[in-house]
Each structure stands twice: as structure tokens, then as C-alpha cells.
Design a protein around this ligand. Structure first.
Ligand code: NCD
Length: 316
């Protein structure tokens, strides 16, 4: 059963893993409509009038939480934010008890971010509503991969088979990289990862990617260069000798970018560490689509929420 299919009386988006290519394309098409809606002066519709969305974030987040909140509001839902700093989790309540408490308030959808891989899937089995994974540990971040794909499609067209996408940096700690590799492979793109071996997970070759350790060689023929944040908060011990050295070998600056195709897109999921994984002039330069990724994030989340709980006649 696909994760995205209706399981008994509820549907979830827990990861890209399990989505079929046509489901991905369908979400991107729906998101395209949401882009148009979001660019109108009146951005709000009433598809989700009367529905309740709860954003349950156990990990600090600014852009993802704001993006899900705006998405729910533009669809007409009532949106409530619960961040862990203000919750009973600090008082020792378990993940499942928190979920059960919120479940009793009859939400229609929970958007969940958690620092442990698998926690969101576990929670989805305990509640009666739809659940969206907004990032679980080092596992998956499906809406990020969808918004990246939408951004790429808008610039490079729908045929992903023609594209070489290079994902650079801290792949080891990155749920963004995992979800992107799954999605890009599903749509037929060629995926290459560029990183020092200390920042690559064991067995990554089995995910169907090419591995290159030298950035200039890795950028050759790239249509898209996706930079990842060096996730120092997830690192125990020394994964890189120093930030200066990391930037020298793996940071994207104008000189290294010249090894990619001249029309290559520069992407970053944010938050960026300028001068660590990306130089400021590249982040703000003509090839950068980093701000557009943020705009596409709202559209993709509108598409996901609407397709999970916004269908006509859905009166659970
Ligand atoms: C990413 C995340 O949280 O996984 N950021 C995000 O969703 N905006 C990537 C990151 O933290 O580096």
C-alpha cells in the first residue's frame, strides 16, 4: 500500500518512499495551482473551511513551521501551532501521550517534526487524523523534496531524465538529501552526491547515486547544484577538520560553480551558513533559486494538505 493511499479512514504523507511517480507529478501539478493562488491579492480559499490543522514541532523550526501555517490558512483551515518549548513534553510527557491528547481535540491533520527517525510514522498509527512528516531525524522530509522538485521543474521542464542533480555536503545528517534522492530517482534524474567520506552514510551507493569526493569533478555537467547545511548540532565528534577547510574544499563559491553547466541552478533548503557551505555572492547570485524554493514550499504544502483532507464528501 502506498503511504499516500487512503488507509482505512485516513491518509498520511510520511515520506517520499512509497510514493509512485504519478502521485509525485500529481502533487506538483496541484502545487502549480497553489502558486497562482498565492500570487493573487486575495490568497485565501475555503477548501478546508471548518477543518483543524495542528503543527506539532518537537524540533526548532522557523521556515518549515511558518510555511505549513501559511499553507493551512490559505486553504481556509484553522491552524494551531504547538512548539515543544511550550508543551507538556518538557514536563515528561511521552510522544504518544502528547499525540493522544491532541487527537482527543479532533484535529483533521497533524503536521509533525521530530528529532527521531520513525517517530512521525509511529505517531500516525496512534491518531485518528491525517499526519504529515515535516522532518523526522535523519530520515525523511518529503515536502522539502517536493518543493525542490517543483522549483527544478519550473526552470528545467518536466523531463527529469535529462537532468543531472548534484547534492553536496553533509549528506550523512540530512533528511533533505534522503528524500531528494528518492524523489529524483523516482522521476528518472541522474543523482550525484559530493561530500567527504566522513559525511556520507554507509551504503549510500545502494540508493542509486554516483559518489564523488572532489567538488570540481562532481560539479561537471550539473544542471542543478543542491547545497546542504553542515548540521553541526547533529555531529558528535569531528566530522570535518575545520569550517575554513570545509569551505575551501566543499563550499560552493563562484570558481567551483563554473565547473557546473552555465545555466545550473543553485539551491539550498535553508537555513544557510554563509561562508561555510556556500559563499554569499553565489547564494545571492543570478543562478540562485533559494528564495523561490521558499515560495514553492508554501504551494507544495497547500497541495499536500489539500490532497490529504480536502476532498469533497470527506466527512470523517
Ligand atoms: C532542513 C531540515 O530541517 O531538515 N531545513 C528546513 O526544512 N528548512 C535542512 C536543515 O536543517 O539543514
Amino acid at each position: 500500500m502506498s503511504i499516500f493511499e487512503r488507509a482505512s479512514d485516513r491518509r498520511h504523507l510520511l515520506g517520499i518512499n512509497g510514493l509512485k511517480p504519478h502521485e509525485i507529478v500529481d502533487l506538483l501539478d496541484r502545487a502549480e495551482n497553489a502558486v497562482a493562488v498565492s500570487r493573487r491579492p486575495d490568497k485565501k480559499n475555503s477548501v478546508l473551511k471548518g477543518r483543524t490543522q495542528i503543527n506539532l514541532f518537537f524540533e526548532a523550526s522557523t521556515r518549515t513551521q511558518a510555511s505549513f501555517e501559511i499553507a493551512g490558512k490559505r486553504l481556509g483551515a484553522d491552524v494551531m501551532n504547538m512548539s515543544v518549548a511550550n508543551s507538556s513534553v518538557k514536563k515528561g510527557e511521552t510522544l504518544i501521550d502528547t499525540a493522544m491528547t491532541l487527537n482527543a481535540m479532533q484535529p483533521d491533520i497533524l503536521i509533525v517534526r521530530h528529532h527521531s527517525a520513525g517517530a512521525v510514522a509511529l505517531l500516525s498509527q496512534k491518531v485518528a487524523c491525517s499526519v504529515v512528516n515535516a522532518g523526522d531525524g535523519q530520515h525523511e522530509h518529503p515536502t522539502q523534496a517536493l518543493l525542490d522538485a517543483l522549483t527544478i521543474r519550473r526552470h528545467k521542464g518536466p523531463d527529469f531524465h535529462q537532468l543531472t542533480v548534484v547534492i553536496c555536503g553533509d549528506v550523512l545528517h540530512s533528511r533533505v538529501a534522503r528524500s531528494n534522492i528518492l524523489l529524483l530517482n523516482a522521476l528518472g534524474a541522474r543523482v550525484r552526491v559530493v561530500a567527504p567520506s566522513t559525511l556520507l552514510p554507509r551504503g549510500i551507493e545502494q540508493m542509486g547515486v554516483e559518489i564523488v569526493h572532489d567538488m570540481r569533478a562532481g560539479l561537471k555537467d550539473a544542471d542543478v547544484v543542491m547545497m546542504l547545511r553542515l548540521q553541526r548540532e547533529r555531529m558528535e565528534g569531528a566530522f570535518v577538520p575545520s569550517v575554513r577547510e570545509y569551505f575551501r574544499y566543499f563550499g560552493l563559491d563562484a570558481e567551483k560553480l563554473r565547473h557546473a553547466r552555465p545555466d545550473a541552478l543553485v539551491m539550498h533548503p535553508g537555513p544557510m551558513n554563509r561562508g561555510v557551505e556556500i559563499a554569499s555572492d553565489v547564494a545571492d547570485g543570478p543562478q540562485s533559486v533559494i528564495e523561490e524554493q521558499v515560495e514553492m514550499g508554501v504551494a507544495v504544502r497547500m497541495a499536500v494538505i489539500e490532497s490529504l483532507i480536502g476532498w469533497p464528501g470527506d466527512n470523517r
